[in-house]
Design a protein around this ligand. Structure first.
Ligand SMILES: Cc1cc2nc3c(=O)[nH]c(=O)nc-3n(C[C@H](O)[C@H](O)[C@H](O)COP(=O)(O)OP(=O)(O)OC[C@H]3O[C@@H](n4cnc5c(N)ncnc54)[C@H](O)[C@@H]3O)c2cc1C
Length: 441
């Protein structure tokens, strides 16, 4: 049985190593913290939480609750350990971060099938392992060390690896005001309803720009280099340069006609589908560093978004991730480099829980392969299937960006249920039964 090499003792690497090892596979786990550091971690513990101490909702009737239930069923180490070291957090699963990470570290260190190497993993080590035909899992996270990041970029053909998130916000389709928002592609090119448009009149635009320029922004971290922003400037910075600059740029109304007025709007914010089912739309060219509270207030001033539910807010921060739909198989192995797997936030999921979930998923593929079995893709309706669909939908014309688990990723019930509460119940119930059926196979 070949040795499994896992790089990164974060959320994903810890889960992947634990599950492989408890299923009898021999694992080498490489972690650079100790001799080296990252700009965000403070300890040398495995599964250190770098910021908040929350694993999100425990409520089983929510997307995060369903994902955690599926992870537990697949043998998660992190979720039960988090429960053991939980602290009061309302409906969220919050942990005492030091006790939690110390407990994970102890369990990894005590596992006789895991040998730990505290060192910086290099591109040459990756080449050597792959040349020997042994599986290699990179779970080096959003702050992957520089040389390894460059090597990954080469494996993806450069254009499919990102070093920053410049993510426009995303909204749930069912919460858009269709009395105002109209479907039209510029100059009627493409499918009629590819793009949705939020039309501004002059007064609405003026009020929006004033609020946008005044909104509080997230300060840059020491390790974030503002040079990066040349290609994707935040909308508040563009607006600050001149009152009309967005109207002549990202929000230009050319080629559009508002059916309510039969005229070209003063400005227009376009929405583009995020998935094939069109349950989610992203705000086109709306990258922003506004703090989340002010961001929500300002964006709800956009005509048609008054009641929009945002499943992802706009962010611009350092984050290494792969354009998985273009570079990876749905089981997270490189299309061009057999035996090279990616897990965790590098895959294009976002958050502690989602990253850990991808570590578990890769472990199960490796276990199946060691038994001569093909990878098994989770059913679309499950929480796992919803995340994997986000990572592998290569057909939709979208800017691929990291995503948390959220309602919009789960497929709508067929036939569609209009009542929102009932629709959510139906989504979770479909996820549960699809996941249970899959597990029985
Ligand atoms: C500043 C910051 C704040 C965040 N805040 C939150 C939050 O509040 N809530 C949330 O849910 N998510 C947050 N995230 C996202 C969070 O990092 C991820 O959700 C999660 O930790 C990613 O898990 P991972 O296993 O992919 O990577 P990580 O947990 O980051 O683990 C990667 C590991 O790989 C190691 N490594 C990297 N390169 C090498 C190498 N060459 N050789 C050996 N080891 C290497 C690192 O030392 C690290 O231990 C934040 C991210 C950042 C950067």
């Amino acid at each position: 049985m070949p040795m499994i090499h896992i790089v990164g003792g974060g959320m994903a690497g810890s889960e992947c190593a634990h599950i492989c090892a408890t299923n009898g596979l021999k694992v080498t786990l490489y972690e650079m913290r100790g001799p080296h550091e990252t700009p965000a971690h403070k300890t040398i513990h495995f599964a250190e939480l770098v910021c908040s101490n929350s694993f999100k909702s425990q409520d089983p009737a929510t997307p995060a609750g369903q994902l955690k239930a599926e992870m537990r069923a697949l043998g998660s180490l992190l979720i039960p350990t988090a429960e053991t070291h939980s602290v009061p957090g309302g409906s969220a699963l919050c942990v005492d971060r030091d006790n939690f990470a110390a407990a994970i570290t102890a369990q990894i260190e005590q596992n006789p099938n895991i040998s730990i190497r505290r060192e910086l993993f290099t591109p040459q080590m990756a080449e050597d392992i792959l040349a020997q035909g042994e599986p290699l899992v990179l779970a080096t996270g959003p702050l992957t060390s520089e040389a390894l990041g460059q090597w990954l970029a080469e494996q993806t053909g450069q254009e499919h690896l990102y070093f920053y998130d410049a993510v426009s916000p995303t909204v749930e389709a069912t919460t858009l005001n269709r009395d105002i928002i109209f479907a039209q592609s510029r100059y009627d090119k493409g499918e009629g309803d590819d793009y949705l448009n939020c039309p501004f009149n002059m007064e609405e635009y003026d009020a929006f720009i004033t609020a946008l320029v005044a909104a509080e922004r997230v300060p840059l971290k020491d390790f974030e280099d503002p040079k990066y922003f040349e290609g994707c400037k935040p909308i508040e910075e563009i607006a600050a340069k001149g009152h009309d600059s967005l109207r002549f740029g990202n929000f230009k109304p050319v080629g559009l006609r508002d059916p309510r007025t039969d005229r070209r709007p003063w400005a227009a914010l376009q929405l583009r589908p995020e998935n094939r089912e069109k349950t989610l739309y992203s705000l086109v060219a709306c990258q922003t560093r506004m703090k989340w509270g002010p961001q929500l207030e300002v964006l709800r001033m956009v005509p048609g978004l008054e009641n929009a539910e945002f499943v992802r807010m706009g962010v611009i921060h350092r984050n290494t991730y792969i354009e998985s739909p273009k570079a990876l198989h749905p089981w997270l192995e490189f299309r061009t480099r057999p035996n090279l797997f990616i897990a965790g936030q590098l895959t294009g999921v976002e958050g502690y829980v989602e990253s850990a979930a991808m570590g578990i998923y890769v472990a199960h593929t490796l276990i199946r392969r060691s038994r001569g079995l093909e990878p098994s893709i989770p059913p679309r309706a499950s929480a796992y299937g919803s995340l994997i669909s986000h990572l592998s939908d290569a057909e939709t014309d979208r800017e691929f960006a990291p995503m948390n688990i959220n309602w919009g990723l789960f497929p709508d019930p067929v036939p569609f249920i209009k009542n929102k509460g009932e629709r959510k119940v139906a989504k979770i119930s479909a996820a549960q039964s699809a996941f249970d059926d899959w597990q029985l196979q």
